[in-house]
Write a protein of this length. Sequence first.
Length: 70
Amino acid sequence: MPASESADPHATSTPPECVVEEVLARFHAYARIRRSRDRILSARRYSPRDEQQAFDDLHRAMTRLRSPAR
C-alpha cells in the first residue's frame, strides 16, 4: 500500500505544477511587455492592447491555478 500512497500525491501534484509553470510563463511575458513599455529605446514596441492581452492571459492562468483548490 505504500506504493499507492506515494503515487496519489504525485498524480495530484502534477496538474497544479503545470498550471504554476503556465502562471510563471504568463507573468514573465507580462513583465517583459511592461519593461519594454517603460524603456525609451526598445527594440520592440508593444501596444496597450498587447499589454492587456498579456494581463488577461496571466489572470486566466491564475484563475486556473486557484480553481482546483476550491
